[in-house]
Design a protein around this ligand. Structure first.
Ligand code: ADP
Length: 668
């Protein structure tokens, strides 16, 4: 086994590889770009080497730099993770030439699978079923159009160099073909520098089922069963699970054996995935082979109890596969959800941003979190916007799905837009629960999965109000404590005097519009007038962001993150973004600091500390206001003379009321 390896990647996969290395006592060297200087993966490895500027082509794609670093740091092997250089045959070859072991298949196997059309020819010779279509060299538009007519519609045009769903075009009728071909070629040229395409019959209502394979240098090949990755958006996976619903033992074996044949055919070594498209009748066709570890490998790990990175390392070090086919068994059910910083309602566009708050569910035998970020990190425009992978396991699919819903509800992110709400609706969808999945699932249920923005529920508004009210009260108390005699009898003052008229208006704005809430002050609680009716609430803060509340007898906890006028309420797994528009409340901190003579909240004048004619200096306490059992010290903003006292002790004042007048340098 290796003493030291270099991990030529970033984010969650770099962290994940580092974790196994640590378990196996293998030293790790990380590489990082300037944008990742504080990234988690650099901390999890034993050392970290700077590659270059943020753009991938200047950093994580710099194979030459990575090889130099590997040699300089004494690594024996390089783990490429997925993406970046993982399927770059040239890089695998360069590793060989430099005397370093590439933890992946031989360069020739990567090259063989790098072109979808070349891969199809090899697979067809190995007896692996292919989607009917054309994958020859011919690229003349007219000839391709003729071929398309022979294949029949609907069909799919795919770049042969493709990946990530880029440049794929579904064509339903012959009249659309020429246009779609030109557009596919343009996108292929732009994305891959190669505009060649192939044509496939479009399989209706298909499922994407892939087989995990593993091969060693001694000729052994096994399959580690299947993953169903049918739930996709823009031809990209969102939820993956193992085993695939409705796949029989016989089909599993048949597909597994076909995948193993495919691996054999190209002299495969290491971890690979053979992707199939499966029609509703259970006929399966080879789509492509990914010659690396997949993003969704954790579901396979959870149902087999294996560590695939450990297998990769052992195989790369020349060991035999740890288990034979007969020793491999499926246990239970696992589902992975990919949590992205993106906007589902905006065609799932990435939404970079700073993760102001990140709290993940408790990991354990049933819940696994793979992430490369921490609270405070930024999801940048430079790389994949994935925040984390959440994988759950249980005895059967229904139990695993329940775990998933529960864990998603506990997953908290604030700062960047995420697909968490979307994932929740997906995981809660009855058709998903019934296993009625195919690649059109998200499109079919788009309306219920991505509903139009709706107003935040009353309970969420109540938590937001409570957060604001408690924060204000707390601020006032702190100021009171800081600015007055700690032995002052004012700290022991009697409870808030009941006054039905004391209230505060809170104005919020959310995705769906403006909302006004009236908070009436009552002994020991607030009575909130919410859009849906009145609610009696009280509560307290627990730590920095959590609020424990009693909503008319219902005990709940929510996380509320407040940044200036922006509030993010994390409630039952969903996040609500509210903008607070309330000058008195928002600006209270400043107003108090500047010594405003206005009441920041409705309350009672507890004590007047000065008399008309008194000379006061800036910052001197002049009045004590009591509200919500808290004291607010009203201080003079500048040196001056007290002109008039508008309210005496015991009098009620409403928010914004001028309490007294101080002339300073002739200005009242
Ligand atoms: P890429 O390499 O760009 O990811 P794939 O060949 O893996 O492209 O296909 C991506 C997705 O496109 C599949 O998971 C499936 O949902 C859909 N797809 C691919 N081929 C077909 C087909 N022949 N018929 C219907 N859908 C297909």
């Amino acid at each position: 086994m290796f003493e030291k390896i270099l991990i030529a990647n970033r984010g969650e996969i770099a962290c994940r590889v580092a974790r196994t290395c640590r378990q196996l006592s293998i030293h790790t060297a990380a590489v990082y770009s300037e944008a990742d200087s504080g990234a988690l993966h650099t901390a999890l490895c034993d050392e970290a080497w700077l590659l270059g500027p943020a753009p991938a082509r200047d950093s994580y794609l710099r194979g030459d730099r990575i090889l130099e670093i590997a040699q300089a740091c004494g690594a024996e092997a390089i783990h490429p993770g997925y993406g970046f250089l993982a399927e770059n045959a040239g890089f695998a070859q360069a590793c060989d030439a430099a005397g370093l072991i590439f933890i992946g298949p031989p360069a020739a196997a990567i090259a063989a699978m790098g072109s979808k059309s070349a891969a199809k020819r090899i697979m067809s010779e190995a007896g692996v079923p292919l989607v009917p279509g054309y994958h020859g060299e011919e690229q003349d538009p007219q000839i391709l159009a003729q071929t398309a007519n022979e294949i029949g519609y609907p069909l799919l045009i795919k770049p042969t160099a493709g990946g990530g769903g880029k440049g794929m075009r579904r064509v339903d009728e012959a009249v659309e073909f020429t246009e779609a071909l030109a557009s596919a070629k343009r996108e292929a040229a732009a994305s891959f520098g190669d505009d060649r395409v192939l044509i496939e019959k479009y399989i209706l209502d298909p499922r994407h089922i892939e087989i995990q394979v593993f091969a060693d240098r001694h000729g052994a090949v096994v399959y580690l069963f299947e993953r169903d990755c049918s739930v996709q958006r823009r031809y990209q996976k969102v939820l993956e699970e193992a085993p695939a619903p409705w796949v029989s033992e016989a089909l599993r074996r048949e597909m597994g054996q076909a995948a193993a044949r495919a691996a054999h055919a190209i002299g495969y070594v290491g971890a690979g995935t053979v992707e199939f498209i499966v029609d509703p009748e259970g006929e399966f066709y080879f789509m492509e082979m990914n010659t690396r570890l997949q993003v969704e490998h954790p579901v396979t790990e959870m149902v087999t109890g294996l560590d695939l990175v450990e297998w990769q390392l052992r195989v790369a070090a020349g060991e035999q596969l740890p288990l034979s086919q007969g020793e491999l068994a499926l246990r239970g059910h696992a589902i992975e959800a990919r949590i992205y910083a993106e906007q589902p309602h905006n065609d799932f566009l990435p939404a970079p941003g700073r993760l102001d708050h990140l709290r993940t569910p408790q990991a354990g035998p049933h819940v696994r979190i793979d992430t490369g970020v921490r609270a405070g990190d930024t999801i940048t425009i430079h790389y994949d916007p994935m925040i984390a992978k959440l994988t759950v396991w249980d005895r059967d699919r229904a139990s695993a799905l329940r775990r998933l819903r529960h864990a998603l509800a506990e997953f908290q992110v604030a700062g960047a837009s995420t697909n968490l709400g979307f994932l929740q609706r997906l995981a809660g969808h009855p058709a998903f629960a019934a296993g009625e999945i195919d690649t059109g699932f998200i499109e079919r249920f788009r309306e219920s999965l991505i509903p139009a923005p709706s107003r935040a529920p009353d309970q969420v508004l109540a938590m937001a109000c409570l957060a604001v009210l408690l924060r204000n009260a707390e601020l006032a108390r702190k100021r009171a404590a800081a600015s007055s005699d700690p032995y002052s009898p004012w700290h022991l003052t009697n409870a808030w005097v009941l006054n039905d008229d004391s209230h505060q208006m809170l104005h919020f704005r959310d995705e769906a519009g403006d909302i006004a809430v009236t908070a009436l002050y009552r002994p020991g609680h607030y009575l909130l007038e919410l859009p849906g009716g009145k609610l009696r609430v009280c509560g307290e803060r627990e730590g920095d962001t959590d609020i424990r509340a009693d909503l008319q007898g219902l005990r709940v906890t929510a996380t509320v993150i407040q940044r200036e006028a922006e509030l993010i309420v994390l409630w039952q797994g969903l996040s609500y973004h509210l903008h607070l528009h309330d000058p008195l409340t928002v600006g209270m901190e400043d107003e108090i600091r500047e010594g405003s003579l206005k009441a920041p909240m409705p309350g009672t004048v507890a004590q007047v500390l000065v008399a008309p004619g008194d000379e006061v200096s800036a910052g001197q306490p002049v009045m004590v206001l009591e509200a919500m059992k808290m004291e607010y010290i009203i201080k003079a903003s500048a040196d001056g003379v007290v002109e008039a006292i508008h309210y005496q002790a015991g009098e009620q004042v409403s928010e914004g009321t001028e309490l007294l007048a101080i002339s300073n340098n002739g200005r009242a």
